[in-house]
Each structure stands twice: as structure tokens, then as C-alpha cells.
Design a protein around this ligand. Structure first.
Ligand code: 26W
Length: 822
């Protein structure tokens, strides 16, 4: 039925081939005789792009005409991955393209894999934004994403001698999915000063003057919904020198370098994605990026609102803005500035509009990740915004004082300005004060922010301002696209693909839990996915792994709180155990492949040391003939979205083992379970809700609880903790040089032995190893294992990002989908 919505565009294999050939020969100006796979990708992408554009234009017209409330999702990261496969599946013409490409002599998988990932993000937060765009379009919500068009995405990772090496990710050579809008530009101001004067009506006005101007240019990316009439827009801003700014007089005077320098300074703003995940470094260029993007987006949103000629008082009935973490918090200040300084509204009226418009999502409780800006740095770059923040803070503190007149300490605890040397602006506090709702991303996390980092604000605003929206993932990419055979098998049992639009329908799979043929096919698909990953491992690392072995996967950013070190110490423990076993005992073992992947922030020494250790352990274990298939240790280079699509369907067990209370949600845990893998995890983030949904007997939980973390840390601090004896043996062999120069790993060992074991590796080690042993035993009963996997998948419906977006729409944004008459 959805095809009715398309006015034109190819529908058959022959029509696709015609479009393909047209693009290869004319758009790309290439002869069909030298059409290689890259050209075939380009031709296919351009053909599908044409289809998207038609729907996109119609959607934008329809949304403008309907004139209802829109949501704007502001995120400094959109980790989109590849677009072609997604576009083909969403418009429902992948089969057509597959046949057409086959006629022309290409395999569709090879064509798809030519595409460069759009890697404009670090990890969970950026990928969540991408899943949300997919869900918002698939549910027909009028929604735009706003972000930055980085020239360089997250670096490419190579491993040399076991060390991470970072390679720049220049990805824009050929990007058919973006449309430059050279007519949609905004001039963005920096530095300068504030002039205060009295206008003709005797009113005191502040005006931001002077400084530097940089131009923001819009690049639009179409976001197709899955089998819907909606194709939404992702608008990414690129920086360049403003036309008036490029100094021709300098150029004429022969000062080329200085003229070109201005140009380069402007372009630097959108040049690179900061590769830090969960670490705030307070760099001026980062603040410039944030303001540049917030100001351009706000200008655009306000311009669109003004076209409707409504009163300002209805702004928040037309506009909802969601802040993806505190990175876009300046948008709050910028809207207040526009309303007061430029549009002439009274402070109070403006502030009501602002707070009714914004919602803020918190994604982390790690103290080192909470953004703070130094007041002197901020004052220099954004002098007027600093004044506005001071006023916001003043009025806020006055209201707090009225509510808690006896509690003087309260004011310094909740002040947006931290009274340190230098003073710092606490962006999370500003985001709370400027929003009507604050949400965490999983139940435990949302509880924790209310009882720890934001507890004073719960006293001030009451508990209702704080809410939970548990994260989700899009089943289109993370089941249907990544695991087409599993998706097909499920569809054959459920009578079609409706589950991709309503993931709770998966629960019907429980009826087939005793269906022998179904279970056999299920197991065959998992095996085939493991074979595919084994081939990838062979090709990239030259290590052969046995696809019959248990595949144990931990892929995510490398961070101490995520505890890849716990995993690799566990692997060493296992290696030592194998070495000490008799041949008889070895026969009873479950063979394992331990697979790691993930990037370390370039300046994060400890994370890089973890990568180094994993690689060195791999070198020793993998060539140990004595061990053979019983244990292999693999580090997969350059983990990214497209690699995740190969890895997630191929795991038996994946690891989500953060120190309890530190992982806000995690979303790869959802991807792995949805693809028929089980997980080993701590009681942290969304693991807890996955347990509630899928059942305790289907997950391997271990370790201490969040509520005990504080006491345990104290015990370490006061020397009351005794190092786990099995972990001590692991440290002994590291120190004896089993994995090469022990001094390379001393910081890792000392963090635990000497420096308080902040992430409680020793406390959880025993429980971790015992749980791994339980997994070995459980895996031996393959039939029982497959039953657990099927049951878990059947119960994963809750974790669709569609459910999640509906919760945001109803409880935070107050927006309705724009349904089209069928
Ligand atoms: C200022 C530096 C910086 C950069 C990125 C600080 C914090 C971040 C992100 C908020 C880190 C992040 O990606 N958090 C992850 O968000 C996911 C989506 O909600 C959660 O699933 C992860 O648990 C959380 O770590």
C-alpha cells in the first residue's frame, strides 16, 4: 500500500537498471566497460537517492502544510553508518536492486560494502541519535535532526605491534546522501563586546557587537522511514569564511597567507569530531563548535516559526527541542537572547517560552564527563551569553532562596556557577534549569541521577520534572538489515514482517519453542553468521578460529568503567587453567573465542594500555599449540557501525560488565540479544530491564550492586580489601613477562593493586570467572541454549527505539504523528 505514495521512481528490475546505467554513464561520466564495484555502488546509491528525494520533498511540503508541532533533535553526534542498504530496505526495493545488479554482474553485498561509514559520532550517544531518526521517520513524526557536518569523522583505528594508531577519517570524497544548501546560510558571531543602551521607549537593551563572523552552510541528508510516506531531514552545518570576511584587501596586497589563514580558521570549526567519549576537556574550539551549531540551528528553527506569523506565546506549541546530553545547552541561552535582545520580549515571558520548549537527556553520571566551561574562556568567546547565564542563575537562585530560606549551603550546591578558581559554568545545571523535563536513559540510571548528581534539583522542582525513557534500538537496521536470514525465519513463523514495525509481536515466537525444525534452522543461522565473522577474522588478523567454539564478544569504546580489563584478566585466568589441565580435563572444556573491539580516545593512556594487553595476550595464546582451539583471543581493528552489523549476529555471549552504576544504559546489549545471543553482565544500565523482560534464567548476571559500590571503594581506600587470589596469579604472570615487557602493563595492574581499584575489578573477579564457568556448562546443552536464545528474542519487543520515541513524543514533546490517508 505504501508504494502508492511514490509519484515516480523505478519499481521494476528493468527500470532500476535503466536508472543505474544513466547515473554511471552521465552523472559519473564513466563507461559501463570500466564500471568497478565502487562505480556500481555510486550508480546504485544515486538511483536510490532519486527515489528518496521525491518522498523527501513531499514530506517537507506535507509537514509545512499540516503546520503542527515539530520536534528538533539537537545532537553533536549522529553515528549513521552506511545508508544504501537502509534506503533499499526502507523503500522496499532491495530485491529489485539485487536482481538488477546481478544482471549487470555484481553481487549486492560487495556493492553495499563499498560505502564509507558516516562515522560522525563516538559511541552510544551518537548511535542512539541515529536510531531515533530512523524511528521518528518510521512513525511519521514531523522531526528534524540538527548536527555538525564534520570533515573528519571518528578516526580509523589500526593496530601496529599491538598498539592503537589513529588515522584521519576523511569521508566526504563522494557522499551522495548529502545535499548542500548554499542558499541556506547563517552568519554566526564570536567574541566582540556588549553594548548597553536605552531605546526610544526608554527601555534598557543589550546588544552584542563586534567580533568575528563565520558562515554556517546547511547540508541536508534525507532520512527515510521504513515503509512509510515520511522522509525526514537531518540538517548538518558546515563552517566557512563569511563572504564579507574574506579579506580581499589583504589578498590584493599580496598577504595571501593571512587571507587564507582567516579562511582556514573558519573552516576549522566543523573540521573534526572530538574523539573523547565520556571525558570533558574544555577546549575553546569545542565550545566554538557548540555555539556555531546551536546558533545556526536556532536561527533556522526561529525563521521557520516566524513564517507562520504566530504570536511568540505559541512557540512551544509549535516547537519542541531535545538536547542530546549537555553539548547543545547553549541553545537555551541563545533562544533567550533572541527573544529578549532581538525580538524585545520581557525576560519572564521569554524564559517561559524557553523552558517550555526544551527537554534535556542525561547520558552519563561519570563526574569527568559532566561538562563545565571556564568563565574567562566563555566570557571572551560569548560575552553576552555569559551575562544571560548570570541572570538565569540569579533568578534561579532567588527562587531557591525563597523555597529554602534557611539553607544557605543549598545555593552554592545548585548554583550554575561553580565558585572555583577559575569559576566554572556547570552545563548540566543550566540544562536542568532551562528545560521542562530531564530524563535518564534506563531505569537505574534515571533513579541514580535523582538520588546523586541532581538530587538537590529534585528537592527544588519536585520529582515530576525528572523521568525515565529507557533507550531502544531500531529493529530495521539491527535485526532485518544486519541479520536478514534470522529476520526471514521470524517472518516465516509470524506470517510477515509486521514485527519490524511493532517489535512486541516477537512474543509470538514463544509458541515455537518446541518446534524442532524451527530450532534447527535458528541454530544454522547463528552458525552461518559465526562462519562469516570467522572469515572476517581470518582475513583481517590471519588467525583461524573454529566457528563451533563459543564466541564471546565485547565490542564498545575502551574505557576503564566498561572494564575490558576484567575481561582480559579473565581470559588470562582461563589460559592458566587450560595450561594446568590434563588431556582428559581439556576434552571436557568448551572451546572459546574471545573477541574484543573498540577505540580508545587518543589521549586516554589507560585505555590504550588495555588494547595493548589484549593484543599481547592474543599473540601468546593464539600461537600456543598446547591450547589450540580451546582458546583464541582476537582484537578486531576499527570497530564501527558496519562492523557491528557483522559482529552482533555472530555472538553466543556478549559482555556488558561495567562497574554497577556507571553505564547509563548501554545499547549494544539490546543488539546482541535481539540477534539471538545471550549476555554476561552486571546489574547496570539496561541490563536490569533486559533481565526483567527476558527472564533471570536467560541472562548471566554477576558482581556487586550499585548500592554497594561506595562501601567497597571505602574498603579499598582504608586498606580493608584483599586482592582476589586468582587475580593475583594473573598479575604474577603478567609481572613475570608472560606477555612481554611487564612494565608496559604496570599502570593497569597498579590501578588495582596500589590505587584503590576504583572500578572494583578485584571485587567482581571471582564472581565473573564463576559465571563464565557456568556459561561453559550451559553452552554444552545446545538445545537448551537455543531455547534460551529464542525465548529472549521473543521478549525483546520493549527495546525497540519506536517504543522509546513514542514515550518521548507523549511525555516530553507532546507531538502527534502526521499520518497520511491510506
Ligand atoms: C564532553 C565529552 C563527552 C562526550 C560524550 C561526554 C559525554 C559523552 C556521551 C554522553 C557519552 C555517551 O555516549 N554515553 C552513552 O550514551 C548511551 C546512549 O544513551 C548509553 O547507552 C551509554 O550507557 C552511555 O555511556
Amino acid at each position: 500500500a505504501w508504494r502508492k505514495f511514490s509519484a515516480s521512481g523505478f519499481k521494476t528490475k528493468e527500470e532500476f537498471e535503466k536508472e543505474f546505467v544513466k547515473h554511471v554513464e552521465t552523472t559519473l561520466a564513466r563507461s559501463l566497460f570500466n564500471c568497478d564495484e565502487l562505480a556500481a555502488y555510486s550508480g546504485t546509491a544515486l538511483a536510490f537517492r532519486d527515489r528518496l528525494v521525491i518522498e523527501w520533498n513531499k514530506t517537507q511540503q506535507r509537514q509545512t502544510f499540516a503546520d503542527q508541532k515539530r520536534v528538533y533533535y539537537l545532537s553533536l553526534e549522529f553515528l549513521m553508518g552506511r545508508a544504501l542498504d537502509n534506503a533499499m530496505l526502507n523503500v522496499g526495493l532491495k530485491d529489485v536492486a539485487q536482481e538488477g545488479l546481478g544482471d549487470l554482474g555484481f553481487r549486492i553485498e560487495d556493492v553495499i560494502s563499498q560505502e564509507h561509514d558516516a562515522a560522525l559520532g563516538n559511541g552510544g550517544l551518537g548511535r542512539l541519535a541515529a536510531c531515533f531518526l530512523d524511528s521518528m521517520a518510521s512513525l511519521n513524526y514531523p522531526a528534524w535532526g540538527y548536527g555538525l557536518r564534520y570533515r573528519y569523522g571518528i578516526f580509523k583505528q589500526e593496530i601496529e605491534d599491538g598498539y592503537q594508531v589513529e588515522i584521519p577519517d576523511y569521508w566526504l570524497d563522494f557522499n551522495p546522501w548529502e545535499f548542500p544548501r548554499h542558499d541556506v546560510t547563517v552568519d554566526i558571531q564570536f567574541y566582540g563586546w556588549v553594548r548597553k543602551y536605552t531605546d526610544d521607549n526608554g527601555k534598557s537593551v543589550s546588544s552584542w557587537e563586534g567580533g568575528e563572523i563565520v558562515q554556517a552552510v546547511a547540508y541536508d541528508v534525507p532520512i527515510p522511514g521504513y515503509r512509510t510516506p515520511t522522509t525526514n531531514n537531518l540538517r548538518l552545518w558546515s563552517s566557512k569564511a563569511a563572504s564579507g570576511e574574506f579579506d580581499f584587501s589583504k589578498f590584493n596586497a599580496g598577504e595571501y597567507e593571512s587571507a587564507v589563514g582567516d579562511q582556514q580558521r573558519a573552516e576549522t570549526i566543523s573540521a573534526v569530531l572530538y574523539p573523547n567519549d565520556n571525558l570533558d576537556r574544555g577546549k575553546e574550539l569545542r565550545l566554538k563548535q557548540q555555539y556555531f551549531w546551536c546558533a545556526a540551528s536556532l536561527y533556522d528553527i526561529v525563521r521557520r516559526f516566524k513564517k507562520t506569523e504566530r504570536a511568540w506565546s505559541s512557540f512551544s506549541d509549535q516547537v519542541a527541542i531535545q538536547l542530546n546530553d549537555t553539548h547543545p545547552t547553549l541553545a537555551i541561552v541563545e533562544l533567550q537572547r533572541i527573544l529578549v535582545d532581538i525580538e524585545g520580549l520581557e525576560w519572564e515571558e521569554a524564559w517561559n517560552i524557553v523552558t517550555n520548549t526544551f527537554g534535556y537527556t542525561n547520558h552519563t553520571v561519570l563526574p569527568e564527563a559532566l561538562e563545565k566551561w571556564s568563565v574567562p574562556l566563555f566570557q571572551n568567546l560569548l560575552p553576552r551569553h555569559l551575562q544571560i547565564i548570570y541572570d538565569i542563575n540569579l533568578f534561579f537562585l532567588q527562587s531557591v532562596e525563597r523555597k529554602f530560606p534557611k539553607d544557605r549551603e543549598m545555593l552554592s550546591r545548585v548554583s550554575i556557577i561553580e565558585e572555583s578558581q577559575p569559576q566554572m559554568i556547570r552545563m548540566a545545571y543550566l540544562a536542568i534549569v532551562g528545560s521542562h523535563k530531564v530524563n535518564g536513559v534506563a531505569e537505574l540510571h534515571s533513579d541514580l541521577i535523582k538520588t546523586t548528581i541532581f538530587k538537590e534539583f529534585v528537592k527544588i522542582y519536585g520529582p515530576d520534572k525528572f523521568t525515565n525513557v529507557t533507550n531502544g534500538i531500531t529493529p530495521r537496521r539491527w535485526l532485518h538489515q544486519a541479520n536478514p536470514r534470522l529476520s526471514e525465519l521470524i517472518a516465516s513463523k509470524l506470517g510477515g514482517y509486521d514485527f519490524l514495525k511493532d517489535l512486541t509481536l516477537l512474543n509470538k515466537l514463544e509458541h515455537f519453542i518446541d518446534d524442532k525444525d524451527f530450532k534447527r534452522e535458528w541454530a544454522e543461522i547463528k552458525y552461518a553468521n559465526k562462519v562469516r565473522l570467522a572469515q572476517h577474522i581470518q582475513k583481517t588478523t590471519s588467525v583461524s578460529v573454529n566457528p563451533r567454539a563459543l564466541f564471546d564478544v565485547q565490542v564498545k569504546r575502551i574505557h576503564e568503567y566498561k572494564r575490558q580489563q576484567l575481561n582480559i584478566f579473565g581470559v588470562i585466568h582461563r589460559y592458566l587453567a587450560i595450561k594446568s589441565m590434563s588431556a582428559e580435563e581439556r576434552k571436557k572444556l568448551t572451546p572459546r573465542v574471545s573477541i574484543f573491539g573498540g577505540k580508545a580516545a587518543p589521549g586516554y593512556w589507560m585505555a590504550k594500555t588495555i588494547i595493548h594487553l589484549i593484543n599481547k595476550v592474543g599473540e601468546v595464546v593464539n600461537k600456543d599449540k598446547d591450547v589450540g582451539d580451546l582458546l583464541k583471543v582476537i582484537f578486531l581493528e576499527d570497530y564501527n557501525v558496519s562492523k557491528a552489523e557483522i559482529i552482533c549476529p555472530a555472538s553466543d555471549i556478549s559482555e556488558h560488565i561495567s562497574t554497577a552504576g556507571t553505564e547509563a544504559s548501554g545499547t549494544s546489549n539490546m543488539k546482541f540479544v535481539l540477534n539471538g545471543g545471550l549476555i554476561i553482565g552486571t546489574c547496570d544500565g539496561a541490563n536490569i530491564e533486559i533481565t526483567r523482560e527476558t527472564g533471570e534464567q536467560n541472562i548471566f548476571l554477576f558482581g556487586n550492586l550499585a548500592e554497594d559500590v561506595e562501601d567497597l571503594r571505602h574498603a579499598h581506600y582504608y586498606g580493608k580489601h584483599e586482592l582476589d587470589p586468582e587475580l593475583k596469579k594473573v598479575f604474577d604472570v603478567i609481572n613475570q613477562g608472560m606477555f612481554g615487557d611487564q612494565s608496559a602493563f604496570s599502570s593497569l595492574v597498579n590501578a588495582i593493586v596500589e590505587h584503590g581499584d576504583y572500578y572494583l575489578v578485584s571485587d567482581d573477579f571471582r564472581s565473573y570467572c564463576e559465571t563464565q564457568d557456568l556459561i561453559d556448562e550451559t553452552f554444552k546443552d545446545q538445545d537448551g541454549w537455543v531455547s534460551k536464545c529464542i525465548t529472549s528474542v521473543a521478549r525483546m519487543g520493549f527495546f525497540s527505539s519506536d517504543r522509546c520515541i513514542q514515550e518521548y513524543a507523549e511525555s516530553i514533546w507532546n507531538i502527534e504523528p502526521l499520518d497520511v490517508e491510506k
